[in-house]
Write a protein that binds this ligand. Sequence first.
Ligand code: KG4
Ligand code: ZN
Length: 341
Amino acid sequence: MRVLGIESSCDETGLALYDTEQGLLAHALHSQIALHAEYGGVVPELASRDHIRRTVPLLRKILAESGTSLAETDAIAYTQGPGLAGALLVGAAFASGLAAALGKPVLPVHHLEGHLLSPFLSSDPPDFPFIALLVSGGHTQLMRVEGVGRYELLGETLDDAAGEAFDKTAKLMGLDYPGGALLARLAETGRPGRYRLPRPMLNSGDFNFSFAGLKTAALTLIRKADADSPEALAAFHADLARAFQDAVVEVLTAKAMDALRRTGVSRLVVAGGVGANHALRQSLGVATETCQARVYYPEFEFCTDNGAMIAFAGAMRLLHGESPQQAGPFSIRPRWSLGLA
Ligand code: KG4
Ligand code: ZN
């Protein structure tokens, strides 16, 4: 069975072909980072227009790379939500139009399901059940995953997502958008312990998070900063980045470990853009080792948004008996919770 996947929920256009026998045949991605950089954040209307521009060339690219034709595709999966409404509409309309023209069925996919199944695209995939820590620019969630389609939400952020907090704090420091990875790099050079930021909800006894206060705490330090030279200012930023990252990493690690302990599950899957963070990986590696658990990550290129995870999630749904829809009227779900069963 061969599935074409289309991701267009935010600022990346991703297309991929996944075959349940042969694995991932091809995938292609276009990032809009350069397009939005001058505005310091994603401009939804520009994002939608760019998805329109990129989708057909990316489709041609993966067909050429895989040496296959659309006629050999069995179904078309697209991200139905959550995400930016206009951006989602591009993928949904394209998928539905193409499916109608080809006489193929469509599969609406939840973006976060794509993320949490993405480690199965690696050569060393986890077994079920596992705890998933989803840490992206739009979401921070802990889920218990029993199997495909069986997701239980344990907790989530009450305000900013972890990646959003990274990006907003980076912006306060004058770093380019999206600053999460840049802040992380800066933190590598920072001195530990010069500043101590709060650990929000560390001892809340549940699996919820809150990161908005950290950004405010960072802002307070920035306002009070009295660096008298460019070198002192650079050192201040590095030390603050370190303090910020240490706080986020400590909270994410503690809550993820608590979820493993309290559910008795021994596998942790980390997905979403913040899963690329080295300090988080190091911290989770040490913590899981001490309690004989194991942590799994998607391949580096599939940590952030991509079409492969949508094609894969669609294929898994088909394999697990979901009947795809005949192409016709379609809908998007910009706000959509996964696993509130
Ligand atoms: O999963 P993703 O590509 O998009 C969403 O669905 O949101 O995640 C993007 C987020 C951004 O907030 C970005 O700043 C953050 O992941 N990010 C990082 C790192 N690399 C990407 N945050 C911390 N450290 C990193 N190395
Ligand atoms: Zn995402």
